[in-house]
Design a protein around this ligand. Structure first.
Ligand SMILES: Nc1ncnc2c1ncn2[C@@H]1O[C@H](COP(=O)(O)OP(=O)(O)OP(=O)(O)O)[C@@H](O)[C@H]1O
Ligand SMILES: [Mg+2]
Length: 504
């Protein structure tokens, strides 16, 4: 099974000659057994090598092309491929990071399942997929420790169509019956519940999924209505741009009228000793009316969207309760503008975070599940430009959420738009294929493991192929994410039994 031999290099670049009959791929994992020690290495580049001078090679090619068949003696011996390897782990004793070079001329072989005995299944497992070596999938499941992974934030960067949503569907499906985590999913494409196709609603334990939608909720779903008195000025941070005087106007009304502040502001109720510029008030009113989809005529308020003056008193409390019972709550935001989605997201997230801060204070936090907030197109709230206008609940979470067991799963095509300090705080990155070099660099520079040689490897990731870099793994693990359609089949038997029980 030997497929190569070490011929030169240095610590960051071990060069192996590839056996003529073997094929080696970028990203492939290989092993060197060296007396008592065992090294795992990964292929990060491939080049040609030859014993014959370039000039002679060119002449042979010329004779071949111009005059027909002409071959070199001992071709396999004289021409070959060289693979560049980076050492990722020394697994002799307690799988340490490599600090030694394997012996010169060591034999190199492919990795097998048995080499991975040191990777054990953590408590509260968070399933990712199978270990991948190049494009080959090994029969070996990769898990992360779920509680830590989710509270220390997850970033999923990838170009469009590389499998972000598919990955998220698999993660959610797997977490439905796990009681260590509750997830809040803001779903701008309404793709996770499976209103029209396969989705979380088809899980045997679908009772652990709550689905809120503003439009014709299917059986079992809830209609999304939120009472306007639950809104606070800080929820508008990130959802809409406000000048300083406009922001002050919101806070002054909130301070004076508390939960009634929006209606009071729309009615322009007077506040003693405070006068706002006419323009300020009218701009603020216009923004509130359009954002909240209200109609305000002759002192009367009419609600047309999800924000209501009568209904929706308990919605936020119910959502928080579901999350604390480690359920998955999906909010269908596909009918909203981006601004309204962020407003709703901020509102729920702030409430969850405040509750968990309170639990930490009174010692209850240990008994609560981790809560993770899933954000699509994360730079909308975590982007540099947005944060220049002031902090919002999501970047507060990114910075200090882990202390309170509240984390983010940020999905994005443009990680470079997120400030470096926030990227660095995302302790697990599930990197799928990224086409743009600048985006790859942003991820590489903020990764827990050294990925400086993995640029090419990341560029060549196919749909569903991931590289997982995390403070909770010993090395950056190549993973094949399952296709959701296939992944749910493992529970299919249970689905049939479940339906059968439903009928009886
Ligand atoms: N793990 C996988 N294995 C095989 N094929 C996959 C996998 N993940 C995704 N695909 C294929 O790629 C297609 C696009 O995947 P997906 O919608 O998840 O990408 P995305 O990154 O969310 O794209 P977008 O940026 O448009 O939201 C899927 O329809 C599926 O056919
Ligand atoms: Mg998607």
């Amino acid at each position: 099974m030997v497929n190569g031999q070490v011929v030169s290099g240095d610590f960051s670049k071990i060069i192996m000659r590839v056996k003529g009959s073997e094929q080696v791929e970028l990203g492939e994992l290989v092993v060197i057994n060296d007396y008592q020690e065992k090294f795992i290495l990964q292929v990060y580049d491939l080049v040609y090598g030859s014993q014959i001078s370039q000039q002679n090679l060119e002449m042979v090619a010329g004779m071949n092309l111009e005059e027909g068949n002409f071959s070199i003696m001992d071709e396999q011996l004289r021409n070959y491929q060289l693979a560049f390897l980076k050492p990722i782990l020394n697994i002799a004793e307690k799988s340490k990071t490599c600090k030694k070079l394997p012996s010169f001329f060591s034999k190199v072989r492919r990795i097998t399942k048995e080499d991975l005995f040191f990777i054990t299944k953590p408590t509260n497992p968070f399933f990712l997929g199978r270990l991948r070596s190049g494009s080959k999938e090994l029969d070996f499941d990769i898990f992360l420790p779920g509680k830590d992974t989710l509270s220390h934030h997850v970033l999923i960067p990838a170009s469009t169509g590389k499998g972000k949503s598919n990955l998220m569907s698999c993660i959610l499906w797997d977490l439905i019956d796990k009681d260590y985590a509750g997830l809040l999913v803001l779903d701008p494409h309404d793709e996770y519940y499976g209103r029209t196709g396969l989705g979380l609603k088809d899980h045997p334990k679908k009772d652990n999924v709550s689905y809120y939608t503003p439009v014709s909720p299917p059986p079992g779903a809830r209609s999304l209505k939120i009472n306007i008195n639950k809104l606070k000025p800080e929820h508008f941070q990130g959802a809409t741009s406000l000048s300083d005087p406009q922001r002050q106007c919101l806070y002054v009304y909130y301070k004076k009228f508390k939960s009634n502040w929006i209606v009071s502001l729309l009615k322009e109720e007077r506040i003693e000793n405070v006068r706002f510029h006419e323009d300020t008030i009218s701009v603020v009113k216009r923004k509130l009316i359009s954002l909240l989809n209200l109609d305000f005529e002759n002192g009367q308020l009419y609600c047309q969207g999800i924000f209501d003056t009568i209904a929706g008193e308990n919605t936020i409390a119910e959502i928080c309760q579901d999350l604390e019972q480690s359920k998955i709550v999906i909010i269908d935001t596909s009918y909203f503008s981006g601004a309204v989605e962020i407003l709703v997201g901020s509102l729920i997230t702030s409430e969850v975070f405040d509750k968990y801060k309170y639990y930490k204070k009174n010692g209850q936090l240990n008994y609560k599940p981790v809560i993770s907030i899933v954000l699509e197109e994360a730079p909308r709230v975590l982007g540099k430009k947005v944060l220049e206008q002031g902090s919002n609940i999501f970047d507060t979470l990114a910075r200090e959420g882990r202390k309170f067991k509240v984390g983010l799963i940020a999905i994005t095509q443009l990680p470079s738009e997120i400030p470096k300090n926030i990227l660095a705080n995302m302790n697990t990155k599930i990197i799928l294929g990224i086409e743009m070099n600048s985006e790859r660099q942003a991820v590489i520079e903020s990764s827990p493991q050294d990925l400086s040689q993995d640029n090419r490897n990341i560029a060549s990731l196919d749909k569903g192929e991931a590289l997982v870099t995390s403070t909770f793994t010993k090395f950056a693990v190549p993973v094949k994410i399952p296709l959701f359609k296939e992944f749910v089949k493992k529970d299919e038997k249970k689905i049939i039994e479940h339906d059968y029980m439903g009928f009886s």
